[in-house]
Ligand binder design. Sequence first.
Ligand code: HH2
Length: 260
Amino acid sequence: MGILNVTPDSFSDGGRFQTIDAALEQAHRLVEAGADVLDVGGESTRPGAASVPLQEELDRVIPVIEAVAARLDVLVSVDTCKASVAQAALAAGAEMVNDVSAMRADDAMTGVVAEAGCPVILMHALWPPATMQNEPEYVDVVEDVMEFLHTQASWAQARGIRREAILIDPGIGFGKTLEHNLLLLRSVTRMMIGGYPVVVGPSRKRFIGELTGRAPADRIMGTAAAVALMAAQGVHLIRVHDVEAMRDVARVADAIAWDV
Ligand code: HH2
């Protein structure tokens, strides 16, 4: 899954793809590099990021989704917590919703996803993002995150979303210390117990900076290590900025670990 942030303030690529032309060019690059899914987002979720008004988020993502869906053969996902943005994105050609609040932020989200019948990623985060990094605590981080995701998945099904449409994501960096992130990445196969496909987004994140001392743009090798280990553990979808490099990493890791 290639990341296409149309935001001024994302932590690693903010401000780079704000015009439709720049976003389309990047979308082309990501698809040529082998992305199966493009995740288009108009609101940064980094700790402390300002929330974006509805109209502004719509103005950022909808024209880009329309342009990408019309021109490229790729599944477009919309990274949003707002039901109206998801609805407009699906009408504009998106086919999947990626909700980092696991559909807690907007009560109308389950209805939009159920009606569309599209796949949805439910991600774990301590909520809201503004305070999620304030000394996060868990009893057993893997167990707690898994229980939360299974609860949200059951609730989603009770609201009319098909079980087969649900993917889950432990939410690397969303209300987690370095140790929490490492425990989740080390034990990601435990996330698969419920049978939902698992998505992981380690790309250029702060835990890699904490381990290597590097700035976001220089975290590609650190990201590669995480991607290799995710592929080797059978993670279904890996959300990354550097698709060309990570495609090779996943290809080799898959061949070694899975003989494919
Ligand atoms: N991480 C980010 C955003 N959306 N979605 C899923 N499912 N999983 C993730 O780990 C995830 C996500 C944060 O990364 P990024 O989009 O690069 O930065 P920002 O939130 O600053 O735009």
